[in-house]
Design a protein around this ligand. Sequence first.
Ligand SMILES: Cc1cc2nc3c(=O)[nH]c(=O)nc-3n(C[C@H](O)[C@H](O)[C@H](O)COP(=O)(O)O)c2cc1C
Length: 604
Amino acid sequence: MKKAIELLKKHNLLKIIDDELDINLEVPHVAYVEVKRPDSKAVLFTNVVDKKNNKKFKEPVLMNVFCNEEAVKLFIGDGNKIAAEIESLLKLKPPVTFSEKLSTFGKLFSLKNTIPKKLKGKGECQEVIKLGNDAKLSDLPVITTWEEDGGPFITMGQVYTQSLNGELKNLGMYRLQVFPDNTLGMHWQIHKDSNHFFHEYKKAGKKMPVSIGIGGDPMYIWCGQAPLPISVFKRMLYEFVKNSPARLVKSITNDIWVPEDNDYIIEGFVDTSKLKIEGPFGDHTGYYTLEEEFPFMEVSAITSKKDPVFLATVVGKPPLEDKYMGYATERIFLPLLKTTAPDLIDYYMPENGVYHNLILAKINSFYPGHANQMMHAFWGVGQMSFVKHAIFVNNDAPKLTSHDEIIRYILNRINIEDILVTKGVVDHLDHSSPKFAVGGKLGLDCTGDEIQELGITLLEDTELLNKMQNITNEIRSLKQYYKDTKNPICVISVDKKRSQKYIFEDLKPLFPHIKILVIVDEKANDLENPYMLIWRVTNNIDSNRDLFIEGNTLCLDGTNKNSFDNFSRRWPGDVNCTKEVIDSLRSRKIIDVDDEFIKKHQLY
Ligand SMILES: Cc1cc2nc3c(=O)[nH]c(=O)nc-3n(C[C@H](O)[C@H](O)[C@H](O)COP(=O)(O)O)c2cc1C
């Protein structure tokens, strides 16, 4: 971490805060606000306390290490260049089947310096060794990010695991809840590699060894979140990208090898016969993930450098640090996706679609149904299969990241008859699907020509709102977007008193004036803030339940779901900052934010 800090300093990418700040809410709130700025920086907190437990920490806490694209380039490299290298390697000897392609990728790793150096003896991360009762998680400056979090969570832990026979190894990035009894929650979600390993140990009735790295080269954390298949050890990405071997040492109390330059290593074993309630936790969807049973680790050792730095991140409403990490991942995985979908030109997962809620893909469309064929390919591959909404455009489309232009291109091509609605695996965190982890998929094939004018008569916002309010007083406000396209969008906010399908029915007389109707709750939504509206709506809809079509009019119900919708799961709350904490940080001049910033990012 010290090297990373020097690098950040050299590039003017680091803020140092020496004021005394609490690891409960204050430290993470500062980092949260900072990373939302256009010129965001990493933040080093040098004077960190835990007021609740009357504790002062000697080690500093670093947050937002991937604070912007420049920082990502410093620590990972240029995503486009790495992608080009991967692509050229993949073209060496084209594999035929998809599984061959994946295993070829693993082999390609080994072409490039991917044999790590296993050191004899102890490493830098083992300069201080605490065993048994001396290994206390409460000695670490672990942050509590949000007021409704179930406790403190390690948010940037590298979780090293291996299969029961030791042949497969994994590095995954999962949040880890610190429980009062010195155990650590293992939030590996149902689809993730370490969860598969866990079930192997459970079946065999054995304890599972786990070691967790914190700090060291920031590259490890990026590797840990990369969506690679179970057969590929993600730490090898480190060697592949850096073109130099990682230096590993064996954990002191289990057999897991870890990078020696980590600032901390937490070692232990998971008793596979036990689970514990984990959460709630304010997650990267911008919603809380609710309490759920997860495995937990009994700590057997905590080792560290002599002067360690503790690394953490904040997740919540976008944009945050995962935006920048995700951007690099997206670039580097383009050539891999192309092996499954050769006619793919580019793709883009906007951060306000929180990655699994929205993807835009540009393809060379050669035949009718080509886009649909590729959508199914995406929905069938690894973590890409979690994506809920896919919009495909043709090779003549503007750049996918040119938001205004690409939206116009799409809206001029949405043909209601061609909308694909299906069902499949959704992210573990998806809260809108009627059943856990299985939900609706919506595909828009916009690869065709512009659609015909549909002869709707547009009205001014106030006139349309008046007409709607004459039909029902549940409608509170209205704003139309992209009125100059073939599919203008009309967003309304409602005071929800029933299923929105009835509102859609009631508004039928106005359909000659509406093409796409989007409904959101009045509370917590701002119709003037399209960035946050996209975040909300893509989060909240399950297309099998929330898409209504009548003639040429389409409606998306982006409201929170409840018994009116026959929704029986618990609906989580928004992740919000604590106002008193923001006020206090503002009055102490630790953060500099105005009311407009607070409103724009819906801090609370
Ligand atoms: C900041 C951040 C936090 C994450 N937290 C979790 C988590 O708690 N649980 C989880 O399963 N995945 C989490 N992920 C996503 C995983 O890191 C990612 O899906 C990774 O590819 C999983 O690797 P695996 O398939 O080897 O398990 C997180 C990603 C980021 C960037």
